[in-house]
Design a protein around this ligand. Structure first.
Ligand SMILES: Cc1cc2nc3c(=O)[nH]c(=O)nc-3n(C[C@H](O)[C@H](O)[C@H](O)COP(=O)(O)OP(=O)(O)OC[C@H]3O[C@@H](n4cnc5c(N)ncnc54)[C@H](O)[C@@H]3O)c2cc1C
Length: 361
């Protein structure tokens, strides 16, 4: 059986490793960061993502670490309700909890942290890859799960263009039992009447909440030092006069772990494979945050690719089938993501009715 090198231990690399482990396919996973550095913030997962996770993890582990969202409420900045919607098994969990649960399914001798892999070229249809610029790695198949700004992808598709998305985000997780109790199982989103500025808040557990803001980068500017003080100031300047729930959250939050996401997308998707290198997750198709489909898509990529590898056909045929199966759905999420971005930018009085808070295929 072929030996697979998986590059990057985010959700996509770890889920691929879990699927290969379950199917007795030989692999090794390389991650440039340390396990403690693999933190990050939170994910909203639709029902389909939970179903995929159920096949590789003990789902009760996940349920203990996050919570289901039952209802979506859309407000204006003053806190007047604009619309509400029932949600069908949408789950929210912190990235660190999901990464920790997925990593449990990968034996310690099959994952190397602090290990950066580079692609140096191709020889006889095979990628020449090296570890930490010193050691040559041997692999029959290279699974590139190295994220939206994949170096491996940029080395192969040198003409690609990554473009800044008009929206950026500040994300924060804070401890606040009282607020978590108040929010219950609701997904609250507040939208500025002129558009281009929102604040979302959800409960992660009985004592933790996740809040985020989305802002139009042509209208709102954050000091690029990105220090906790700069982020706090940005939040107070732009949300201090909103509904009291929001002003109390932003004033009462610690900003030590607040994170600013600069969002990029590929102008045009590349092929999902080249020679013996295949891309999964954000490395294949960065999806903008509005879709909430990044994790589920990464799970589905790994699931589809593993099933095709198990069939044992010719590698190019396997990769072609993988791309044929996954690309149409990704194109739908890209289209939906752009529609959700447009909607975010619009003033409230121009918002379309009955839109969903995330992308569905
Ligand atoms: C603001 C924001 C909000 C989001 N919200 C959601 C959400 O609510 N729901 C959802 O489903 N998705 C969301 N997403 C998308 C989601 O984060 C990703 O789609 C998902 O985590 C899959 O990521 P990945 O594993 O492909 O890549 P990543 O998580 O980026 O992992 C890539 C890994 O590869 C490692 N790496 C990189 N280069 C190398 C190298 N050369 N050698 C070794 N290792 C390397 C990195 O250190 C990293 O650990 C959001 C994204 C953003 C930016």
């Amino acid at each position: 059986m072929s030996k697979v090198a998986i590059i990057g231990a985010g959700v996509s690399g770890l889920s691929m490793a879990n699927y290969l482990e379950k199917n007795n396919i030989d692999y090794h996973l390389y991650e440039r960061r340390t396990p403690n550095d693999l933190k990050g913030h939170g994910f909203i997962l639709p029902k389909e993502g939970i179903e995929h996770l159920s096949s590789i993890i003990d789902i009760n582990d996940l349920y203990a670490k996050g919570s289901f969202l039952k209802k979506y409420y859309h407000y204006n900045q003053a806190g007047e309700i604009i619309s509400e919607k029932d949600l069908d098994n949408v789950f929210v969990v912190s990235r660190s909890a999901l990464i920790e649960i997925l990593a449990k399914g990968v034996p310690a001798d099959k994952i190397s942290y602090n290990s950066t892999v580079a692609l140096n070229g191709f020889s006889n249809g095979k990628a020449e890859i090296s570890l930490d610029e010193t050691k040559t790695l041997e692999a029959d198949i290279v699974v590139a799960s190295d994220g939206s700004r994949s170096r491996i992808r940029r080395t192969i598709f040198q003409g690609e263009t990554m473009k800044a998305v008009l929206e950026n985000e500040v994300v924060n997780i804070i401890e606040n039992e009282e607020l978590a109790g108040k929010i219950e199982s609701n997904f609250l989103k507040f939208h500025h009447e002129n558009g281009g500025l929102t604040f979302g808040v959800l409960k992660l557990s009985s004592s933790k909440i996740l809040w985020y803001c989305q802002f139009d980068i042509t209208k709102f500017f954050i000091n690029e030092d990105y220090t906790p003080d700069c982020i706090r100031q940005f939040m107070i300047d732009n949300f201090g006069s909103w509904n009291p729930l929001i002003s109390s959250i932003i004033e009462g939050s610690s900003y030590e772990n607040a994170h600013i996401w600069r969002v990029y997308e590929l102008e045009k998707l590349n092929p999902f494979y080249h020679e013996n290198v295949v891309f999964i997750g954000d490395a294949a198709h960065p999806l903008i945050p509005f879709t909430s489909q990044g994790v589920t898509s990464a799970m589905k990529d790994s699931f589809t690719l593993t099933n095709l590898l198990v069939e044992g056909n010719d590698l190019q045929e396997t990769f072609r089938k993988y791309e044929d199966e996954r690309r149409p759905e990704i194109n739908i999420h890209i289209k939906n993501g752009r529609a959700l971005l447009e909607q975010f930018l619009l003033p409230l009085n121009e918002q379309p009715k009955n839109t969903l808070p995330i992308s569905y295929k």
